[in-house]
Design a protein around this ligand. Structure first.
Ligand code: PMP
Length: 430
């Protein structure tokens, strides 16, 4: 029997009266796939329990943070303990130094880290720091990459910004937009050309080293290395937006797995253990420009919040002590990839599956998905049917083709088999 989500629909109707679109972040609203979003009552391990009373398998993990599964005990205990001691002080704590020390020991090429409250804040601050450090205004970003919803990044942005048909958001001024220069992902020649045309004006290149906001897209050999050289040649900083990949792909994130060195790295998601945390890190010479040491201003009332830092500390400590988790996650992701691959190839339809570590995405297209334009060739009708077919069978995938799956360590091979079997059922009726 197909799962029905009637109570979720009723809750959504009520939510729409008081919250714009019924949600506090657009992709949750299911616009790309149609239908009403599923409301969650609670979650444990690899499963979400919906308000309809169904237990469903989760492939989003809160868009990345819940890498160890939901309600992971050491994280929950740490937060409870911290809560009893007060929820915010607005004064320094020893814990902030502890997590900073651990984070910079795990992340390559950085000496210091500053905590903020979201990935958006982290990227926005990283760019300000790069501009302050270089004394230049322009930045290069890639079509389909998402770096949060601050003005300079809402130019051909991925994730919800594409899903909602407004990659260039109203409200972003021409003045701001003109300083964001766009290149296609995996197109090094274009980056080189932009550098040449704007000699001495580029402060930084910001990139998702493994893209996750136009589905999962892997950098081709030499692409990141080439940008690194261009940045060095032209005196620009290279910012890795590791909000998705940081502490997820490896202890040292994409810097470790790709071997490419970034000047500033942004974090979010995993670093907060599911609480609202972002961070940016760099070597001392760059961080010295940040207030209160230097003139580049950046601040936050709740930054370094004790609950958030406790959750992050418990999460990072576990990952640091159990790096084998990364191999097991990658193995599970490969297993799921191969399973869905065999289902779709047996069916004989056009598809491409991209995967890197514990991130993957299924694109219903005959083209290789290497950038935003190729990601956009996906057949949305098939995507919609695949998504809803699985949801009816108790499996929750990202509700847009411009998002990545995030596997979590609590997923069992039985869960993966169920998912593969369910996909076989779904496509068999097409
Ligand atoms: N950068 C990347 C790569 C992201 O995926 C996201 C969010 N999905 C952000 C930045 C923004 O983070 P937040 O939603 O926490 O503001």
């Amino acid at each position: 029997m197909a799962f029905s989500y009637q109570r979720s629909s009723a809750l959504f109707q009520e939510a729409k009266k008081y919250i714009p679109g019924g949600v506090n972040s657009p992709v949750r609203a299911f616009n790309a796939v149609g239908g009403d979003p599923v409301f969650v009552e609670k979650a444990k391990g690899a499963y979400l329990q919906t308000e309809d009373g169904h237990q469903i398998i989760d492939y989003i993990a809160s868009w990345g943070p819940m890498i160890l599964g939901h309600a992971f005990e050491p994280v929950v205990e740490a937060v409870i303990k911290a809560t009893e001691k007060g929820t915010s002080y607005g004064m320094p704590t020893a814990l902030e130094t502890e997590i900073a020390k651990l984070a910079v020991s795990m992340a390559p090429n950085v000496d210091q880290i500053r905590m903020v409250n979201s990935g958006t804040e982290a990227c926005m601050s990283a760019v300000r720091l790069a501009r302050g450090f270089t004394g230049r205004d322009k930045i290069i970003k890639f079509a389909g990459c998402y770096h949060g919803h601050s003005d300079s990044f809402l130019i051909q942005a991925g994730s919800g910004a594409v899903t909602f048909g407004s990659p260039n958001s109203p409200g972003v001024t021409q003045g701001t937009a003109k300083d964001t220069l766009l290149a296609q992902y995996n197109n090094l020649d274009q980056v080189e050309e932009i550098f040449k045309k704007n000699e001495g004006e580029i402060a930084c290149v910001i990139i998702e080293p493994i893209a996750g906001n136009m589905g999962c897209i892997v950098p081709e050999n030499g692409f990141l290395e080439g940008i690194r050289s261009l940045c060095d040649e032209h005196g620009a900083l290279f910012i890795f937006d590791e909000v998705m990949t940081g502490f997820r792909l490896a202890r040292g994130g994409a810097q470790e797995t790709t071997g490419v060195k970034a000047d500033i790295v942004t974090y979010g998601k995993v670093i907060g253990g599911g609480l609202p945390v972002g961070a940016f890190a760099a070597r001392q010479e760059i961080m010295n420009h940040l207030a209160p040491l230097g003139p580049v201003y950046q601040a936050g009332t709740l930054s370094g919040n004790p609950l958030a830092m406790s959750a992050g500390m418990a999460m990072l400590t576990h990952l640091n002590n159990h790096p084998e988790i990364y191999d097991s996650l990658a193995a599970k992701t490969e297993y799921l990839h191969k399973g869905i691959d065999s289902v779709l190839s047996d069916k004989g339809i056009d598809y491409k599956i991209n995967r890197y570590g514990s991130m993957m995405s299924v694109h219903f297209t005959d083209q290789d998905v290497v950038d935003f334009s190729s990601a956009a060739t996906g057949n949305n009708e098939w995507f919609r049917k695949f998504f809803h077919g699985l949801l009816e069978r108790g499996i929750y995938l990202p509700p847009s083709a411009f998002e990545s799956y995030f596997l979590n360590d609590a997923l069992s091979y039985e869960d993966l088999d169920k998912t593969i079997e369910a996909s076989r059922e779904v496509v068999s009726s097409w």
